[in-house]
Ligand binder design. Sequence first.
Ligand SMILES: [Zn+2]
Length: 314
Amino acid sequence: MSKFLGIDIGGTNVSYAIVDENGEFANENSIMTSTIGSVEELADTIYEAIKSDLKGLEGIGIGAPSVNIQTQQIEYAPNLNWGDVIPIKDIFQSRFDLPVVVINDANAAAYGEKFFGGAVDMDHFAVITLGTGIGLGMFINGEIVNGSNGLAGEIGHSIVQLDGRECNCGKFGCLETYIAKDGIIQTAKELLEFSSGGSLLQKISPSDITPLEIFKAARKEDPVSLEVVDAVTKYLALGVSNLINILDIEHVFLSGGIAKSGNILKRKTDKYLKTFVLPNLRDKFDLRISEINDKNGAILGSAALAKQKFEAVH
Ligand SMILES: [Zn+2]
């Protein structure tokens, strides 16, 4: 059975696993990104951790932010402190002596959905990852969409509010500032300031408020949390409806940590989509929570891409 190493590099964690052809994980592990000083150190750490299982490994797929797919380097990633331009493919290739492919993390999640998730039979679909940031990977006509510079899919930086919140990218009113982790928490804190008290969220210390706690409280009909969820799903539906209206994408998968809040997120986003999507597309879109969400779609997808590129004929 062929096996490939999939690595998901994020601003908070680096996660990896050896993935077999059924999508099963072995040697799964996660390291805090801030504890790693350089990509050389990362390659050494992963190599040491899995070296007893290297036999039979045929290649490596890496999903990372700010990847230039032409040069296979990470370039100016705002959330990584490993230097401006990182030749990550070369570093892993020389450490492991195996072929390596590097892709953008959001595209890795889309490959995961295409090879192992709900999109196996789909030619047009999008995967939106909701977490510390907002990612988007798309397949159109059966092909991944990269754009002219390999940067397609920055839906998190589409502006949904004129003169809105300041974003890390330097602009104002980006979708990310309302529906990524920090944006959701900010909305909750703003609403709590004006609430008359009695919110379940006031029983949590402010530093422990997370999107999942907010969604949990909303399921218990906590008024402030319901208001937060309403705002989040309205902005999310704005982003998704633009995607549907522009590209006529039928299937949109939600993935990532915040998507774990599941049904309430889908239900309320669907409600707003019914108003934001064009009438003739309104009955045709299909929003769903990714079924591979518990597994890490980016690990699956980068390993699957490596398999597609490097698998030896057995
Ligand atoms: Zn932005």
